[in-house]
Every structure is written in C-alpha cells, then in structure tokens.
Design a protein around this ligand. Sequence first.
Ligand code: C2E
Ligand code: MG
Ligand code: MG
Ligand code: MG
Length: 288
Amino acid sequence: KAKHAGRNRHAQFDWTMKERQNRTYELETGLRSALANGELQLHYQPIFDTETGRITICEALMRWQHPELGWISPAEFIPIAESSALIEPMTNWALAQACRDAMGWDEDIRVAVNISPALIKTDGLPRAVISALLQSGLKARRLELEVTESIFLEDDRRTHLILSELRRIGLRLALDDFGTGYSSLGALRTHEFDTIKVDQSFMRGVGENPRDRAIAQSVAYLARALEVETVAEGIETEEQLRYARETGFTNVQGFVLSRPVPIGELQALLNRNRADVHDMAALIRQRR
Ligand code: C2E
Ligand code: MG
Ligand code: MG
Ligand code: MG
C-alpha cells in the first residue's frame, strides 16, 4: 500500500514538472511576440522622500498581459526572459519608454529602471541607455538603474568598467534588494552607488524583531557614512513607515503609500505632489 502511494506521489510529481515545463514553454513562446504585439506595459511605483513626503523617484515595473493567460507576474516572466535572450530587447524597450514617460514629470523626479544581472556585462547596455536619453531628451541624472549585488558574483572587470562608464555619463546607480545575497557589503566596497534599496524582508519585522531593527539601523548608519541615499522597500504598515523615518532612511517605497500604477494614475499622484506634505500620516490619508 505504501509503495502504491509512493508511486502515485511520484507520478504526480512528474505531472507537475511537465505542467511547469509546458507553462514555461508557453510563456517563452508568448514573450517572443509580446513586445511587437504591445502586450508589455510599464507601471510605476512612486518612492517618497521621508523628510518632505514628496515623490522623488518612480520605479518602472514591467507588466505583461498574455492574450489567453491574462496578467503574468514579472517574478515569473523576467526569469524566462533572462534565460532566453529576450531580456535585452525588453529592457531596451523599457529604458526608452521610461525615459519618454519621465519627460512628462517635474524636473526633480527621477525614473528608475531594473536591469538584469546578465545585461550589465554587455556593450549593448550603455548604447541602449544613451539612445534612450538622446531620443527622449531626458537628462542623464534623472535616470537611475537598479542592479542587484549578484552582478559582482564573478569578479569581472567588464562589470566595473561598464558601471563606471554609466556613471560617467551621469546616470545614478541603485543597489536593489540590499541584504538578500551573499556579498552586500562587498558590493558597496567595490563600487560606488548613489542609492541603497534595503530589501523588504528586513522591513517586515522592524515592529517586533530586534534583530531586524538592528540591521535596518546599521544600514541606515552605513549609508549616511557613505553619503548614499536609502530606500526602505516594501513598507506596508504605518508602523514600518514611522520606523523607517525615525531610523533615518531618506526614502520609502511600499503599498501603504502607493502600489505600482499605470502611467495615467501616476500622473494624478504627481499632480498632487505638493512640497508641503511633511506629515506622513496625512500623506497616507491623502493617497487613499
Ligand atoms: P524589485 O525591483 O525589488 O521591485 C519591487 C517589487 O516589490 C515589485 O514587485 C513591487 O510591486 C513590490 N512591492 C512594492 N511595495 C511592496 C509592498 O509594500 N509589499 C509587497 N509585498 N511588495 C511590494 P513586482 O512588480 O511584482 O516585480 C518583482 C520583481 O521583478 C522586481 O523586484 C524586479 O526584480 C523584477 N522586475 C520587474 N520589472 C522589471 C524590469 O523591467 N526589468 C527587470 N530586469 N526586472 C524587473
Ligand atoms: Mg527594483
Ligand atoms: Mg527591490
Ligand atoms: Mg525586492
């Protein structure tokens, strides 16, 4: 009997694997035409200055509406794009679109674009960035590229050369999901960043967990010493928001302030972006 159950479990496992392979195959096939068919969109999630309460950065987050399967999460389709070389044209499109969109915003608001680790080593990236800036007319200092520390996994001179070149053009670099990998401090040591984005997993527990609090405080302190801006990611509660602010994070991002929204909705948020919103509680009420 036990043997029988084991076989069934095994059969089910095979079936699930097959299903997963089929889905990956279907998504990869769909992605090949997604760009040309206009199925990709950029949504934007505003990032707020903790001192003034104003929006200072808008992060572009890719969205895909598959004609039959509906909305697919980037957590699912970005890895597929990365393993199939589709990520390069998709990123180039995102860079161009994000720069065009940002031209419609106030001069002091930047746009952030996520860049996959594999693209950092390619000559194509600086070219795509320059072309996006030239075609849109956006100033380089208004474009921020978000990369993760995994780009430093292999000590590759090209990575450093390309990052330095991008910064020489005037772009800003953000270190995304800080603290989730194995070389967070190493990444800060070997390269200059303008912004550190502390991963949401650290902000989750700041209410109850003294360890999370200690880590959040240390990163805020380190960033101040390095004269780098900080974004506390994934802020979902008013308590986390208050904590991020008291700890000295310069910026906050999270559902409690705003989810990622389509460009039209973002415009409405930007229109309400007054210079005198100091009270974060009032800010939250206003956003709702
Ligand atoms: P990320 O760059 O760390 O982006 C932040 C993610 O956290 C977004 O998920 C955002 O919706 C989510 N988030 C923001 N605030 C909160 C919060 O308060 N609570 C929770 N639970 N989540 C929050 P999203 O849009 O699903 O994107 C997931 C990841 O996919 C991104 O993580 C990024 O790594 C990748 N991604 C998205 N768009 C692109 C893109 O255009 N290019 C590349 N290479 N990667 C992208
Ligand atoms: Mg990001
Ligand atoms: Mg992030
Ligand atoms: Mg993250």
